[in-house]
Design a protein around this ligand. Structure first.
Ligand SMILES: [Zn+2]
Length: 254
């Protein structure tokens, strides 16, 4: 009993452990690609790194100095992006361009990487692997066997919807579709001004933090300009989204 209490109070990430873990992803003092993974799928590569890091972060969530794991994450991310870069014979910055994604945990957004692996049967939900979005917060309430933090499914769905998005949720156009993101739903309800603009009502009605918009609508929304062109009805949007939802993925990753 006493022993376990002492363990809880005293737990820290030991420096030598941290160094040993970082060294696994380094060669000659630099982050190195993992050649043994180069033949694996992108999905497997990203998943491998994420599971390794999550395992460590999860174990040390009781450690008061767990923030030092950010150093490990940094080295692992460099190794991961170098692995993907050498697999595809592209630069690391291209890797970020291609796989970079904003990942949502609760209300917080994290920059990370994401890979979507479609299944051979296209009607089945593809798999999603992500890198990042693991908060390095000392959790004194945690128990040692706590489950890894999970990204709520609906946030994942939003994220993936962005990727699958192919029509503007205001006007229906498929030209230069982008994602408009609102940090918190609360903000929408507090929208300053006399009347809520159409896009705000729409986001509230769709219960979303993101709205997929074409370039034209996006610019109007960003700058608070009036939208004078024809909009899709909410029913039409819901109909289209329902179709989209059938192809929407949920991550298999825990
Ligand atoms: Zn539009």
């Amino acid at each position: 009993m006493c022993r376990s209490i002492n363990r809880v109070i005293g737990l820290r990430v030991p420096e030598d452990v941290l160094k040993a873990k970082m060294d696994r992803y380094k060669k000659n003092g630099e982050a190195t690609p993992r050649t043994e993974l180069i033949k694996a799928s992108d999905y497997t590569i990203v998943l491998t790194y994420q599971l390794e890091f999550r395992g460590i972060a999860n174990y040390y969530q009781l450690a008061y100095n767990m923030r030092t794991l950010a150093k490990l994450k940094w080295v692992m991310e460099a190794s991961l992006t170098k692995t993907l870069a050498s697999k595809h014979k592209i630069s690391v910055s291209k890797v970020y361009e291609h796989y970079g994604a904003m990942l949502l945990v609760g209300d917080k957004e994290y920059k990370g990487l994401q890979v979507i692996q479609p299944k051979p049967d296209e009607r089945k939900k593809p798999l999603v692997a992500t890198w990042g979005a693991i908060p390095l917060k000392w959790n004194s309430e945690a128990t040692l066997d706590d489950q890894p933090p999970r990204v709520p499914i609906n946030h994942r769905t939003e994220l993936v919807q962005r990727l699958l998005a192919d029509f503007c949720e205001l006007c229906g156009s498929d030209k230069d579709v982008e994602v408009h993101h609102v940090k918190a739903m609360r903000k929408l309800h507090e929208y300053p001004g006399r009347t809520k603009p159409e896009w705000v009502k729409r986001m509230i009605a769709l219960r979303r933090k993101t709205l997929v918009l074409c370039k034209r609508c996006h610019v109007a929304v960003e700058h608070g300009l009036p939208i004078t062109w024809q909009l899709l009805s909410l029913d039409e949007i819901k109909e289209r989204r329902k179709k989209l939802n059938d192809t929407i993925l949920e991550s298999r990753m825990h």
